[in-house]
Design a protein around this ligand. Structure first.
Ligand code: ZN
Length: 367
């Protein structure tokens, strides 16, 4: 699923206002989460390119909401945001570098790093939580990592546009205290939750900006990787990874210098802007509030090939008769197509695939 097919527009923003819980949940499951997953895949590919690491070796893809097959209740809740990221693999024998207070083996890790979308926009988020269940010694290892590499982590925050949200208190630490003071305060007071996040990108969220955020993910990845190494009881490789990202950024800079920078920049941004505009135009054509109803009516599946989010495709809502040919903005004139089938269908072709499919379904019913 190529990144060029991914964008988020006002309709996606408005989804978080839809009062029908089931429609909202199904749209998250079949339309929002698959796109977030594609963004994560892009980041995983970048991590492979920059560091030569397979991010999914020790991690799994973590979803919110999760939509476990047997939990129908999940479809009845009104979710304020959706998240897809990496979290430590659930494994009894893997996380021996940290321990639980109750002595039971650590199965899953209390942090995750990924992409979050809500009405406010789209952001990158490295969130730690539930650390209460682990021993103080376990926490100290993560704190020690932050103390040791404090200066580089701060530079990394700049490079990856990440903002640390750490605990503070009017007396011990204040807004503009050093990061070290914040961590000391957290350590002394047993406060183990923290966040690093980017400021949310506003809607409409173009392919270009998503690409930038995926790059920020890959740049900040050495911090997450260190958390994983600590949990495994292995030495971190933070400085090695930083060296690799420096090499990668330098190589990219050199390549740009060799070309005629002004010309190439103009071309690239034109190309990206055009692609984003085509994408935005295609989506703006669908009447507000109709998109989700069309997708639901078509059972969140492509009317041409029958694939849905389970098969890793991105679903679009398409005019059957194009507007340029007088097609109306009514529910009847829309159909769900995956990006591949949509790309193969030009404005000249007004095949109503939905009626073909329902004819086949009717035919099957009759025989
Ligand atoms: Zn299709």
């Amino acid at each position: 699923m190529p990144l060029k097919d991914i964008s988020f527009d006002e309709e996606d923003k408005n989804l978080f206002q839809v009062p029908d819980a089931r429609l909202r949940a199904e749209a998250l499951q079949h339309s929002i989460l698959p796109r977030l997953h594609a963004v994560l895949n892009e980041s995983v590919a970048l991590i492979r390119e920059i560091y030569g690491l397979e991010a999914l070796e020790d991690s799994i893809v973590s979803y919110y909401p999760h939509f476990r097959p047997k939990r129908t209740k999940e479809l009845e809740l009104l979710y304020p945001h959706a998240f897809v990221g990496l979290g430590g693999k659930r494994d009894k024998g893997k996380w021996n570098g940290v321990a639980r207070k109750d002595g039971k083996p650590v199965q899953f890790l209390p942090f995750r790093f990924g992409f979050l979308i809500s009405e406010q926009g789209f952001e990158l988020n490295f969130h730690t939580y539930w650390l209460k269940g682990l021993t103080g010694e376990s926490h100290k290892k993560w704190f020690a990592f932050h103390y040791q590499h404090e200066a580089i982590i701060i530079r990394l925050c700049f490079a990856a546009s990440m903002y640390p949200f750490l605990h503070f208190d009017g007396e011990d630490v204040r807004w503009l205290s050093t990061i070290r003071q914040h961590y000391r305060f957290m350590e002394n007071n047993g406060l183990y939750g923290s966040d690093y996040f980017s400021h949310a990108i506003q809607f409409p969220i173009t392919t270009e900006r998503i690409g930038n955020l995926a790059e920020c993910y890959a740049l900040f990845y050495p911090v997450y990787d260190s958390y994983i190494c600590i949990a495994k009881g292995e030495p971190e490789r933070f400085l090695d990874l930083i060296a690799k990202s420096n090499d990668w950024m330098e190589a990219r800079y050199d390549a740009m210098e060799q070309e005629d920078i002004a010309e190439s920049e103009a071309e690239i941004s034109d190309e990206i802007t055009n692609a984003a505009m085509v994408l935005a135009e295609r989506k703006v054509r669908v009447m507000p509030a109709i998109r989700w109803q069309v997708l639901k009516r078509d059972n969140w599946k492509c009317c041409s090939c029958g694939r849905g989010s389970q098969q890793n495709v991105i679903l679009h809502v398409d005019h059957i008769v194009p507007r340029s040919k007088g097609g109306a903005d009514t529910l009847d004139n829309y159909q769900t197509l995956c990006s591949e089938c949509n790309a193969g269908k030009s404005n000249r072709d007004s095949t109503n695939l939905r009626s073909v499919l329902s004819c086949i379904a009717d035919f099957n019913k009759e025989i």
